[in-house]
Ligand binder design. Structure first.
Ligand SMILES: CC(=O)SCCNC(=O)CCNC(=O)[C@H](O)C(C)(C)COP(=O)(O)OP(=O)(O)OC[C@H]1O[C@@H](n2cnc3c(N)ncnc32)[C@H](O)[C@@H]1OP(=O)(O)O
Length: 389
């Protein structure tokens, strides 16, 4: 059972209903994951990438969004969580955001691979930096949003990844050993005879006492990238705080080793400017089942267009958020109505029978849309100090 809708239904609390929009692009060749040089010299570093945008709504208001890029290389699948953001308008009593994130990650672990799946491991990885807003402009100021502090964000992600880890372990068909098997990860030459465990890894430059965040012995204070030349072995993701350092090393033909790279990263401005930067990885040695990809397959241009459109709406109050949600869904519906017919639904309802949202969809509302489309709001920079509770 790795279909997104089943995973969502299984993870979110009974009685909670959510509508889910999932936009995705096909896997296409992607340059630069390991820098230009490594890509030219080493076939295994050639990657294909597929973009995913998940938007969850409750009562016709967007409540949560996740942007994820899946990279397939010959050796590994990287599931890179690019942005996670909420509006604060969720109606559930219990957290719906964490279980939804778990379900989405589990789905991507199992969905369509472009290279033979048995040949590689999967790594869910990302860097967590707490900020007022990423995907929902002006939501930081809406009074309802709960913006996690640095350390609460670390705890939030540990809970998410631990739940993914546990569900993957529980679903193993046959497990020779459930002991954590971390050591062989660093020593590639050692053949691992026992089935390896799924392990969580956290590295925060400048922080030594990370054990306080770990729920069990399957978690480690380190990263999952092999020992060797940093520029060749550490991937560079969009907006990645470590990418500039790697680019600089590459330019200087510096073959700094990974250990030293992580050590010295804590002195870099990107990681010591007062905000905590947490590098997370969940290492999944084997994936046994593959599910059909879900969601709306769109071309890269339409994906970008819809993504930019989202960043031009406002999520400053419930009323405006409802207009923005319906405006976005309406735009998407119009695109798909042309292709698939008026009655095609661009979202899926999990655990419920909401009335048809799209009867209420409206064209873009100029009142709450930034009219200068060439200059979308920069949601990476919070404009006002957000309310914390
Ligand atoms: C890879 C990345 O993108 S990292 C970047 C993460 N994103 C951001 O920093 C953007 C702004 N932040 C956010 O949108 C949010 O803080 C999120 C999405 C990270 C988490 O949202 P939350 O609303 O805190 O999530 P959730 O509903 O799971 O609640 C988490 C906990 O906070 C508690 N909580 C929720 N709202 C409140 C509130 N208003 N006051 C006090 N506690 C609250 C919940 O009860 C829950 O507690 P539990 O852990 O004991 O179960």
């Amino acid at each position: 059972m790795a279909e997104l809708s089943s995973l969502l239904a299984a993870n979110i609390a009974q009685g909670d209903s959510v509508d889910v929009v999932h936009l995705r692009t096909k896997f296409t060749p992607c340059k630069g994951l390991f820098g230009e040089k490594a890509m030219k010299s080493d076939e295994t570093h050639n990657a294909s990438a597929s973009n995913h945008l998940f938007l969850l709504s409750q009562d016709h208001l967007f409540v949560f969004g996740l942007e994820i890029i899946v990279y397939d290389t010959q050796e590994r699948r990287y599931i890179f969580v690019s942005k996670a953001d909420s509006t604060g308008f969720q109606t559930s009593k219990l957290s719906v955001l964490r279980p939804a994130t778990v379900a989405i990650l589990l789905h991507l672990v199992h969905s369509e691979h472009v290279r033979p799946v048995q040949a590689k491991e999967t790594v869910i990885c990302f860097f967590a930096i707490s900020q007022g807003q990423y995907l929902f402009p002006e939501s930081a100021n809406n009074g309802k949003k709960h913006v996690c502090s640095d350390t609460d964000l670390v705890k939030w992600w540990v809970k998410v990844l631990e739940s993914v880890r546990k569900q993957l372990e529980d679903n193993k068909v046959s497990s020779v050993s459930k002991e954590p098997q971390q050591k062989p990860r660093k020593e590639k030459s050692l053949e691992v005879k026992v089935e390896e465990s799924v392990t969580g890894h956290l590295y925060v430059p400048g922080f030594t006492n990370l054990k306080q965040f770990f729920p069990n012995e399957f978690w480690f204070s380190d990263t999952v990238f092999d020992n060797g030349t940093a520029t060749k072995l550490i991937p560079r993701f969009p907006d990645d705080p470590k990418a500039r350092y790697l680019d600089e090393l590459e330019l200087q033909n510096d073959d700094m080793q990974t250990d030293k790279f992580w050590e010295t990263l804590s002195f870099r401005q990107e990681c010591c400017s007062g905000k905590l930067v947490a590098f997370f990885s969940l290492c999944i040695p084997q994936v046994s089942t593959v599910s059909k990809p879900s969601g709306l397959l769109v071309g890269p241009k339409l994906y970008q267009k819809m993504y930019s459109q989202l960043l031009q709406y406002s999520f400053v109050s419930p009323a405006v958020t409802k207009e923005s949600t319906l405006g976005f869904l309406g735009s998407l519906q119009r695109v798909f109505a042309r292709k698939k017919g008026e009655h095609f639904r661009v979202y899926e309802t999990i655990n419920g029978c909401n009335k048809d949202t799209l009867n209420e969809t409206k064209p873009l509302n100029k009142r709450n849309v930034n009219s200068d489309t060439s200059r979308p709001m920069n949601v990476l920079i919070p404009r006002k100090k957000q309310k914390t509770h």
